[in-house]
Ligand binder design. Structure first.
Ligand code: FAD
Length: 343
């Protein structure tokens, strides 16, 4: 008997649906390609956002980290949809909640522009032809040419047919040092897959004042989210903290200063952690604590290195922000990096 190339996977819960999933295809990939939303963040098996319960059937998957699927959860059939592929017809259960519902697509993009914007940081504009549907804050995965490795990069623009990406060089990095900063040029083609992720502008937040904390290129999705929020409500109160080490690493300053000139509710606060200057020095979380006595009724978007995001979340909670109002994205290294850092 020939082995089937795909199995039926049914999801129970808030968004019942059935999709065909290839035997080498992760469940998450199959659902998102069919336009069925499952919660998801980094797509690397390390954040646990796409954890689902296997009700019937079998899957194959790499052994999950105990920090993601605990020893108590494993006998209960919990698996990671971004890692597990079906080995039979399967039923999973989850409470999907709400999130961006765009069809996941493979795309070939062309580099329209690539330029240095700060020390070790470049802006990459990729033309993807027809309109690419995504929600502000989401990211794409880019395949490193000649390898199976993919790396995640957030869109800094609102949906359209070109993607604006901000990329920081990681010394010795396979994608950045070895390819993007070394040889990627205007006119080159890039293999992309997206959109991914749940770190998105929440339209249903009732116009609450926003605080944004971005570390390094963690500013990218915040730019897209701010533009989206201001398009809906031009007088929206948005305070943006951008943390970098030195003045040479600051970028997009003119853009943010322009936004403060055009929108009375926008405040832009660049913070340098390793240089004294006539602006704010120190970490973005500390600046937030200094500036706000209370953040009750605010919503927050935090993005960047894991330590910055964790410290920022703590600061938001110390100022009494509700946990559900805090949205975050951590730029964790890929699991196939030489030595991926703990989250
Ligand atoms: P790798 O070959 O993966 O790593 C080389 C070495 O550096 C390894 O030892 C690795 O552990 C270490 N390393 C990698 N990253 C870091 C780090 N941040 N700090 C310390 N050590 C590190 N990056 C952007 O510049 N812009 C973005 O918009 C962006 N969006 C992202 C969105 C998501 C959801 C995630 C998960 C990550 C995002 N990143 C972004 C990070 C990006 O995907 C890559 O991890 C990064 O560009 C490094 O890839 P690389 O192949 O050059 O380095």
């Amino acid at each position: 008997m020939t082995r089937p190339e795909s199995f039926k996977v049914r999801v129970l819960g808030s968004t019942p649906a059935t999709v065909d999933c290839g035997t080498e295809q992760p469940l998450l990939d199959a659902f998102l390609r069919s336009g069925v939303y499952l919660p998801n963040s980094w797509n690397q098996g390390t954040c646990g956002t796409c954890k689902v319960r296997l009700v019937s059937g079998t899957v194959k998957q790499p052994a999950p980290q105990l920090s993601v699927v605990s020893a108590d959860e494993q006998p209960g059939g919990f698996v990671l949809a971004c890692q597990a592929s079906p080995t039979s017809d399967t039923t999973i259960e989850l409470d999907a909640g709400t999130g961006p519902r765009h069809v996941l697509r493979d795309l070939t993009g062309t580099v329209a522009q690539i330029s240095a914007i700060a020390a070790d940081t470049l802006a990459l504009f990729v033309d993807v032809g027809d309109e690419f549907d995504f929600t502000a804050g989401q990211y794409v995965e880019i395949r490193v040419p000649g390898t199976d490795a993919v790396r995640q990069y957030s869109m800094a623009n609102r949906p359209g047919n070109a993607l604006e990406l901000h990329i920081r060089r990681v010394p010795g990095g396979r994608a950045t040092d070895g390819w993007i900063f070394a040889s990627l040029s205007r006119g080159d083609t890039i293999e992309l897959c997206g959109p991914w992720g749940d770190f998105v502008y929440a339209e249903d937040d009732g116009g609450a004042p926003i605080v944004m904390l971005g570390g390094g290129t963690g500013l990218a999705p915040l730019k897209a989210i701010a533009l989206e929020a201001l398009a809906a409500q031009p007088d929206r109160e948005i305070t943006v903290y951008h943390g970098v080490r030195t003045r040479a690493e600051l970028y997009d300053v003119e853009f943010w200063e322009g936004l403060t000139a055009d929108h009375s509710g926008v405040r832009y606060v660049p913070c340098l952690s390793r240089e004294t200057w006539d602006g704010r020095s120190g970490y973005v979380g500390d600046a937030l604590l200094e500036d706000f006595a209370s953040l009750r009724g605010h919503v927050a978007y935090l993005c960047g290195p894991a330590a910055m995001v964790d410290a920022g979340v703590k600061a938001c909670k110390r100022r009494r922000m509700a946990g559900r109002a805090i949205r975050r994205e951590k730029y964790v290294p890929a699991t196939d990096s030489a030595e991926a850092l703990p989250v």
